[in-house]
Design a protein around this ligand. Structure first.
Ligand SMILES: [Zn+2]
Length: 155
């Protein structure tokens, strides 16, 4: 069964002063991460100071939304009854292209088909009053074009 979160009635996130911009980005269809302008590293989850250099020079930037499945588990008995209708579904740790890791759930793929190392992309879905950043399989890469014939090298 593939996770279809739209009709679920589950507890909503609780935005704080530090996370409100992130949730607004989800509503706008943008995966926002903080970027430290002191050490030039990406930061997730949202916070007031950079965990790498303790600078408070964090700014919001739109991330690519691309990532790779680092690890996953298949949930058969959700911790909250609101998710029961979706089970079994896949909860995954995604290595984002920018570097940070994000815990999320996968949509658009059956749990038995999930593989570590699979390329995924963010897919925003509305659940209740919130838009949440789920991830789905990335479109397969286009096959490489056949190499153009080349002229033989001149001796
Ligand atoms: Zn920093």
């Amino acid at each position: 069964m593939m996770l279809e979160p739209r009709d679920l009635i589950v507890p909503a996130p609780t935005p704080t002063g530090e996370t409100e911009r992130f949730w607004q980005g989800c509503r706008d269809g943008e995966l926002l991460l903080q970027h430290c302008s002191t050490c030039e590293r990406w930061v997730f989850y949202p916070r007031a100071t950079c965990p790498h250099c303790w600078s408070d020079a964090l700014e919001w930037r739109v991330a690519s939304g691309a990532g790779v499945v680092r690890s996953f588990t298949i949930v058969h008995k959700p911790g909250h009854p609101g998710w029961a209708a979706a089970a079994p579904y896949t909860v995954a740790v995604i290595d984002l292209a920018e570097g940070p890791r994000m815990l999320t759930a996968l949509v658009g793929i059956a749990p038995a088909d999930v593989r570590i190392g699979a390329r995924v992309v963010v897919r925003f879905q509305t659940v209740g009053e919130f838009t949440l950043p789920f991830f789905a399989p990335a479109a397969p890469a286009a096959p490489a074009a056949p190499a153009a014939p080349t002229a033989p090298a001149q001796a």
